[in-house]
Ligand binder design. Structure first.
Ligand SMILES: Cc1cc2nc3c(=O)[nH]c(=O)nc-3n(C[C@H](O)[C@H](O)[C@H](O)COP(=O)(O)OP(=O)(O)OC[C@H]3O[C@@H](n4cnc5c(N)ncnc54)[C@H](O)[C@@H]3O)c2cc1C
Length: 475
């Protein structure tokens, strides 16, 4: 049997394990996750009062083919589990004070934008369709910010100031920086192209992660939770073992209080696991940085990672007695920073649709940059005031708040890659300078590149394929 160890129980690690277990009969696959919830940043769970708490608003886009195929193999029924946004993408427009519809590919807003604006955007789209959908060499655009590129390619300056444009530019959480043109085009082409997306009818934990991890175990894989990797042991060519320990329950309380930046491990609990044939690391960049301090051979091969930065995402969920969202609306984008998008699950998730006691189940998402010094209450004030600019929106504070959950995802395992222009080249690839160490995770280079759930799954599949290749070569 080949002993394959996977560290990280997010979508990347789970996908890597499933792929290996499906395709290798002689693999003993063990997955270790330090968190109490499997699913990493894409999970959601129920709190003590039964409310569905999300790590952050998560939509699943139609072209997520690898994710959808894996869910199908794990027995997830799409019709029951996914609820569609019906291609309705709305954006608040500051200049007109209205909510407009954005057409499916995020490039062409439909009327009621003024006809002239619409025509200019259509022309821009037609002129650049080849680059967006066909150019094989778009990597060359990674040094360029999207606005600069759009202006050079005939986009009207006034249009780049519009909210929907800024929303497409912020697609990978990097406001107030600029997402690189490469990532924007990649995202449009590979991940978000059709504008049709889905929410989960319930929690990610119950509906996505549980079926996937059950499938993982049914295939013969073993999962260990509350186990944190602290060090990799190597002989200069290969990984020979790892050190793992138990996170200190006093510090993190397993879900009752947020973890600190670095999750401490109880020193006495650290144990060595040796005789590893292959190791897949599927952990976020800041967790990776915690490993092997002072080990110059290890870090010489990963120097470029120093150039990557991460951001703190924000999520805010509010349940109100009365309905507060404009009628018929599910999601509105383009709100004032720092939380530019809000969704109301009332009309789409069965547990809210069927509950007359809940008028709206709102969730905002965004990131913290430039608002670090604001208190949670100050941020809530900004968020509510921004929401009230939307025609037809009502004040959640006057609608009877039943429950709320405000999160700044600050800890190392929660932070999100900042996709600044010029940084794609610094992101590591699946293969490493150790023959049997492979990397997965939304920040690892792949054919998706956008740090998203589909990207994470693709990197997991790539790591599994490289592991299989390594075994077949070393036979
Ligand atoms: C607020 C927010 C909103 C988002 N919205 C969307 C969206 O709408 N659509 C979309 O597709 N994507 C979205 N994403 C991105 C998506 O969540 C991530 O890209 C994806 O979940 C990353 O998966 P992963 O497996 O790479 O990493 P993770 O999910 O972070 O998994 C890594 C796992 O490794 C564990 N770990 C870390 N260090 C160690 C260690 N030393 N030992 C053991 N275990 C360890 C962690 O606990 C975690 O469980 C969003 C992200 C955020 C933060």
């Amino acid at each position: 049997m080949k002993k394959v160890v996977i560290i990280g129980g997010g979508l990347a690690g789970i996908a890597a394990g499933i792929k290996i277990l499906e395709e290798m009969k002689d693999a003993d696959v063990r997955l270790y996750n330090m968190g109490h919830h499997l699913g990493g940043r894409a999970t959601s769970w129920r709190d003590a009062e039964g409310f569905n708490i999300d790590h952050g608003l998560h939509g699943l886009f139609a072209p997520y083919t690898n994710m959808r195929r894996m869910l199908k193999r794990a027995g997830v029924k799409e019709k029951k589990t996914l609820v569609s946004n019906k291609r309705i993408n709305l954006c608040y427009e500051e200049s007109t004070g209205k909510v407009h519809s954005i057409a499916p590919d995020l490039r062409i807003p439909n009327p009621p934008y003024p006809f002239n604006t619409y025509r200019k955007i259509t022309n821009f789209g037609i002129k650049n369709a080849k680059t967006i959908y066909l150019d094989m060499d778009i990597e060359k655009y990674d040094d360029i910010c999207y606005t600069a590129w759009a202006l050079e390619h005939g986009m009207d300056k006034e249009i780049t100031k519009m909210r929907w444009f800024r929303f497409s530019q912020d697609a990978a959480f990097n406001w107030p920086y600029e997402i690189s043109t490469y990532l924007t085009l990649m995202g449009v082409r590979k991940a978000v192209g059709t504008g049709k997306y889905f929410y989960i009818n319930g929690t990610y934990g119950e509906n996505i992660i549980k079926p996937l991890t059950d499938y993982f175990e049914k295939l013969g894989g073993k999962i260990f939770i509350k186990k944190k990797l602290t060090e990799l042991i190597h002989d200069g060519q290969k990984i020979t073992g790892i050190k793992i320990g138990d996170p200190d329950a006093k510090i993190h309380g397993y879900g009752t209080i947020p973890w600190k930046d670095v999750v401490p491990v109880i020193q006495d609990s650290i144990q060595e696991i040796n005789n590893i044939d292959a190791l897949i690391l599927a952990i976020p960049p800041d967790c990776f940085r915690e490993l092997n301090w002072g080990d110059s051979f290890f870090w010489n091969g990963f120097k470029s990672i120093e150039n990557l930065r991460t951001v703190v995402s924000l999520s805010y969920q509010v349940w109100t007695k009365e309905s507060v969202m404009p009628t018929g609306t599910v999601t509105i984008n383009g709100l004032d920073e720092p939380m530019g998008s809000v969704a109301d699950y009332k009309t789409i998730k069965d547990e809210y649709k069927n509950n007359p006691g809940i008028g709206s189940a709102l969730e905002w998402v965004g990131q913290e940059t430039s608002f670090e010094n604001k208190t949670d209450d100050e941020l809530k004030e900004i968020i509510f005031n921004a929401f009230l600019k939307v025609p037809g929106a009502k004040d959640p504070r006057k609608a009877g708040i039943i429950h709320e959950s405000f999160n700044r995802n600050k800890a190392n395992h929660e932070r999100y890659l900042l996709t600044e222009p010029g940084t794609v080249k610094f992101r590591p690839r699946t293969r490493t300078h150790f023959r049997n160490l492979f990397l997965a995770g939304d920040w690892i280079r792949s054919e998706i590149e956008m740090p998203c759930m589909e990207g994470a799954i693709v990197t997991g599949i790539n790591a599994a394929n490289e592991t299989k290749k390594y075994f077949s070569k070393s036979r």
